[in-house]
Design a protein around this ligand. Sequence first.
Ligand code: PLP
Length: 402
Amino acid sequence: MPVTQTREILGASRLDNVRYAIRDLACVADEVIKQGHKVLPLNVGDPNIFDFATPAHLVEAVYKAMRENKNGYAPSQGLPRALDAIRGEAARKGITTVQDVFVTTGASEAVDVCLTALLNPGEGLLTPCPDYPLYSAVLAKMGIALNPYYLDEGNAWQPELADIKKKITPHTRGIVLINPNNPTGSVCTRKMLEDVAELARRHNLVVFADEIYDKLILDDVAHLSFAAVAPDVPTVTFGGLSKNYLAPGWRIGWGIVSGDAAAIKPYNQGIQKLLRARLCANHPEQYAIQPALEGPQDHLPIVRQKLRSRRDLTVNTCNSIPRISCVSPRGAFYAFPRLDIPDGDEVFVKELILKKHVMVVHGSGFGQKPGSKHFRIVFLPDENTLAKAYAAIAELMKERYV
Ligand code: PLP
């Protein structure tokens, strides 16, 4: 065999912009684990690694489907009974102009499919800042430049309408609204949804309403679905079983296409084309969709009660630590406290892992206003565990900054 020189196979340069800080920090944690320590993961929004379990009737439905050999491919759009249940759910959310629904491998795939089906090179999408990094990763994969609009910490992390207006260009095709929000836990007001709808109408934008946490509202406020407030605006509402139904590993999500029928038709055809090209979402797990949406919901008050108490502990403790302040999240299970320190937030977060074995995610991993510093906490663990984590954070703050 002739000896040839190794030539590296380089990945696509458009991936240079893909960041997924939530999982990237795992490398730092691995170092600590190798030294024999346990790391407390307050970085991943997975309820099932804490004291939350998938409702038993959903597990039974999937098990039964598997035993009955529903293990082949499913229809590309999704199982008919699952699609019916999602339409029913859309009606309960007050969405009156549903044009289509479809099932995907997690809401993540719905996001990927819907952005890919919409955007041409040179076009753009407004995404929140801070954001859930999937959106920027999909855009980077498509070679589309990020155009983030700010969420306003001084206004309970509501979208900054003036900033949205400023950032709309003739090439903007849509806007992402994450409500309840990851990473801030904010819940949009009706006025905000109406204002965004008005902008969408004026500029012919598609609204991507990511409402995957819509049943995890922790305060006495109603969750309003964007598509219910703006029935005429072309909208895709994302949902799924990962959070509300405590089954993120099943990878079941969906999209609800709504708005003016004639306006959204060609775009929806593109979505359906891509859904056919990728064959189908996980099949047996789709049998859990109908029992989830139409069956007992008893787990929800228990989940919300636990989260409320853990949220209160998080906000009260964070606000008692010098140089940390925290806007109270109203939904989901994330808090995004602000850090008033001279170092960057990534330095703080890495030190917290290395010295205190607690893993949170730096605000810069989600994007944030220049000059501001934050970290994201997942407050899913029980109160004892959280209290230990917050004591460790307080200690690090004291040792390093106070
Ligand atoms: N959208 C938001 C705002 C999320 O926080 C997440 C997961 O954390 C997703 C979408 C992805 O959900 P899924 O597990 O259904 O892919």
